[in-house]
Design a protein around this ligand. Structure first.
Ligand SMILES: [Zn+2]
Length: 104
């Protein structure tokens, strides 16, 4: 079952994602100098990282991971660590990143 995507993260990502041409989570993390694991080290094994952070998951309802809403502290952590992407999203659009935004 899908829980709602964090509105804080939706707000955070909306503009830079648009400006950078929808880079994937991998590209965003790389650009911000963290790995996906470092972004939210407290995530559980059954949490769908892709959904929790980006609000989209290519597996949808069939995803074997848990589509839960990011807690306030998790949203804050993501927003802090991806500050560079928020402040200068255009830098992330260069360099020919893959267009696939739905990687797990
Ligand atoms: Zn998922």
């Amino acid at each position: 079952m899908n829980h709602p995507y964090s509105t804080e993260l939706a707000d955070f990502f909306k503009k830079p994602l648009l400006e950078a041409g929808n880079p994937g989570l991998n590209a965003i993390c790389e650009y911000s100098g963290v790995t996906k694991e470092q972004l939210l080290p407290g995530l559980q094994r059954n949490d769908c990282r892709q959904y929790l952070i980006m609000g989209t998951c290519m597996f949808g309802d069939k995803c074997k991971f848990d589509h839960r809403t990011a807690k306030k502290a998790e949203a804050d952590e993501v927003m802090t660590k991806l500050k560079r992407f928020k402040e200068d999203p255009l830098g992330c659009s260069k360099g020919g990143e893959k267009k696939n935004t739905n990687k797990h």
